[in-house]
Design a protein around this ligand. Structure first.
Ligand SMILES: NC(=O)c1ccc[n+]([C@@H]2O[C@H](COP(=O)([O-])OP(=O)(O)OC[C@H]3O[C@@H](n4cnc5c(N)ncnc54)[C@H](OP(=O)(O)O)[C@@H]3O)[C@@H](O)[C@H]2O)c1
Length: 297
């Protein structure tokens, strides 16, 4: 056999769970093919190859909820590519997010919907292959072309995030994204004012309602719209006399909704499951009105 000139590490297993319920076995299942698998290739393959590419994921960059195991494996690959580059070997970790029509997302519609509503910007398979093509080229092969040890895709600029309206772009609230959030964004302050206005809108709708039923309906409408967007459904699919649990709300959705309720209304709840949507909405409306009353006194 001729010498091995390059390798692309594509192994991945996704096994999502919120961290408190992630067993060590589940941690290993997603972490090891990426971390141990990549390290094995690093140690066993010839050191003079033209390239060793890791197909990593931007899940490691944003800290995707429920993917601590997978994210850690991807971060390992990113660090390993940098380490190899420092040793003079050509290595690139490509953090893909959502490659449309390929691999695990092509086979799993639920995963595709969740990733889209979570705010990952999809790229076409042709574009993913172009990036891969570039990453394989050794430094200096083409003039003026610098390929860094890590390429991150799928995490949008501030403008794209606003345009796509993901249900909860939680990573944009971290310091890491402070600069990217400003790229393509509307003039300073406009978006934050818009967001502030949205949450104030819900709070004022509750406060201005003539009756508690009217206030509860305002919460119910906003809550259903939020859940529908997250689950890729339409508001008409929901019956407010049913609990959210009957619409396939899992523990990650629950964490997201508790955060949304807290941000939009200032109300802290322990759970959103087990009660009808109408009842949950009424509890939130009552708590908002109670807080306003307490502020007045
Ligand atoms: N598709 C996307 O949108 C997307 C987004 C971000 C990142 N990525 C990254 O791109 C790469 C390819 O993803 P994909 O969508 O093509 O995934 P995929 O279709 O699920 O393929 C994963 C591959 O990994 C292999 N594998 C699993 N466990 C392994 C182990 N312990 N040792 C060796 N091989 C193992 C699987 O082999 P078997 O089939 O034999 O089990 C399968 O061929 C992954 O590294 C993933 O993190 C993909």
């Amino acid at each position: 056999m001729p010498p091995i000139r390059g390798a692309i590490q594509c192994a991945a297993v996704v096994d999502d769970a919120v961290f408190p319920s992630m067993t060590y076995e589940r941690w290993r299942k997603a972490f090891e093919p990426k971390a141990l698998g990549s390290n094995n290739l690093h140690e066993q393959l010839p050191h003079d190859m033209d390239f060793l590419i890791f197909l990593s994921s931007s899940s490691g960059i944003i800290g995707n909820r429920g993917q601590a195991n997978y994210s850690a494996g991807n971060c390992f690959q990113d660090a390993l590519a940098r380490h190899r580059t420092e040793l003079g070997m050509h290595s690139v970790s490509i953090d893909f997010g959502l490659v449309l029509g390929a691999g695990m997302v092509a086979e799993n519609e639920v995963l595709l919907d969740t990733m889209k509503s979570s705010g990952f910007i999809g790229i076409r398979i042709q574009d993913a292959l172009s990036i891969l093509d570039r990453a394989m080229a050794r430094p200096g092969m083409e003039p003026n072309m610098h390929v860094p040890a890590q390429i991150v895709t799928a995490v949008g600029t501030g403008g794209l995030t606003i345009q796509n309206q993901p249900s909860d772009p939680f990573w944009t609230r971290t310091a890491l994204f402070r600069y990217l959030n400003q790229v393509d964004a509307p003039p300073h302050g406009l978006h934050s004012k818009t967001h502030q206005a949205a949450s104030q809108d819900l709070q004022s709708a509750i406060c201005m309602a003539a009756t508690i039923e009217e206030a509860s309906q305002a919460v119910c409408k906003a809550l259903i719209a939020t859940v529908a967007r997250r689950k890729g459904m339409v508001p008409g699919d929901f019956d407010q006399h049913q609990s959210l649990g009957s619409y396939g709300i899992d523990s990650l959705d629950s964490i997201f909704l508790l955060g949304w309720i807290s941000r939009e209304t200032g109300v802290t709840l322990q759970t959103v499951e087990g009660v009808a949507i109408a009842e949950l909405s009424q509890t939130i409306a009552r708590r908002v009105l109670q807080a306003v009353e307490e502020d007045r006194q």
